[in-house]
Design a binder for this molecule. Sequence first.
Ligand SMILES: Nc1ncnc2c1ncn2[C@@H]1O[C@H](COP(=O)(O)OP(=O)(O)OP(=O)(O)O)[C@@H](O)[C@H]1O
Length: 537
Amino acid sequence: MRALDPWLPRDVPGVRRFLAAAGAAAACSAALTVAQAVLFSHIVVAGFLGGRDVRDVVPALLGFAGVGAARAALGWTSETGARTAASRMVAELRGRVLRRIVRARPGSVPTGEAVTVTTDGVEALETYVARFLPQLATAALAPPAILAWVAFRDVPSALVMAGTLPLVPLFGALIGRTTSARTRERWRALAVMSGHFLDVVTGLTTLRAHRRGRAQAAAIAATGDRYRRETMRVLRTAFLSAFVLELAATLGTALVAVGIGLRLTTGGIGLEAGLAVLVLAPELYGPLRGLAAEFHAGADGLTASRRLSALLALPPAVPAPARPRPAAFGTVRLADVTAAYDGPPVLTVTSLEIRPGELTALVGDSGAGKSTLLALLMRFAEPSSGLITVDGTDLAAFDPDEWRRLVAWLPQRPRLRPGPVLEAIAPAEPGGLSPVAAAELACAGSLVHRTVGEAGDGLSAGEVRRVALARALARPAPLLLLDEPTAHLDETTARRVTGALLTLGDRTLVVATHDPRLAASADQVIDLTGSRAGALT
Ligand SMILES: Nc1ncnc2c1ncn2[C@@H]1O[C@H](COP(=O)(O)OP(=O)(O)OP(=O)(O)O)[C@@H](O)[C@H]1O
């Protein structure tokens, strides 16, 4: 297992500084540990065994207390500093990942993956940064510093230490190879479980309506059980590794102690030096044992960091160029445009002109590419080839978010913000229709006192659509892209909605529809049937 993912110091601001601070704290802590051992052995040998006057060892006693206080203060400062820095870093990272997910092509990140990575994954990374990385710095710096001092005072003990010390990281690395595979499996099981659970909760109303709710219980139990088994496997490895590493460290300390004991009886080493080395022996293995204790926090954090970096590397659905939106809304032209989703083109449009103030109806068989064309105009995706222009300027030259300020969208499967219907309709920006007027236009006037539940609960599919249409109409956008505005509506309501759309003479409408009456009212009708095979419009 690699201890540090290179993208972390490279791409996350503050990690380098954090590592440098952790390294400096570890070096100070090692120096203080050696000083404390030296003072301790001096006090014991001179004050108690040497029979000197207590006053002679007062300076050493004061020094010992001072070093102890300094170690405690350093430990406290490092820990609180690490926690604060880690939570700040991770909060920034969570924001970046969320922004990247939002900018990615819709549907390109599985929901379960997005949820687990931005919740549990980010928390695992916080533990990794706050606990594992400082421990890693201590384990890298403290043992060599202690070993160097021991070599200076007692070469045989230093040789025993140098021989046994690598056993701890060696065993750790061997166990780590198994651990990282197991941890990856555990995360995969968690993502599957989250995604499945979310799907079931979202579709609970439908499942209950068809009396299939209970059938899902077994499926949830199975995914939950898989996650439980993976977690238990990881825990088993964790306990085993802690045991093996403790054993290696204890054996090392025992060998040093036996060597010093034998040489003390033959006079091969002085009591003060022997005692200092003996006190330092557990301190030598301590940082590596501490690292082993944090090993699983490390493995979890590394897996999370890999997944986070994969999400951060997601290409945005459309790159964001510097140019803002067009100064005024004009004619939109499509020339030789094709669109594809990770495969062959699903839409080909040779030539299409969307003129200001007109109603353009997109018709055609199911799957013909109507929603795809609206997605291109929304800039949720870029054309695979060809050009879309606004008054002669390439649409790709404009900032997608700025462009979307000019566009109101009724999606094929609208989602409403839970809460009062009026709030769901109210546009975020000023200048549009009042929510009540927009609701009246969309034949949703009778719904304005109703409340939307989670996932549109409390409203029928047709009511959700009318409220979502009102939301689109309320926005002060000159271009309206409406995906099946009359779907799920009875004939009378559909006719009233069509009539209302025809009164929006100052706005440009592009409507994907299967409703012949709505299509008949349009200024131009574009039939996309066969456009997948390249039958050009
Ligand atoms: N996210 C996606 N990933 C892969 N293929 C997709 C995706 N969305 C749509 N498609 C495919 O692209 C083609 C065009 O789909 P689109 O939704 O644009 O059709 P449509 O004309 O709006 O259909 P409908 O009238 O049924 O709503 C279809 O073959 C569809 O399977």
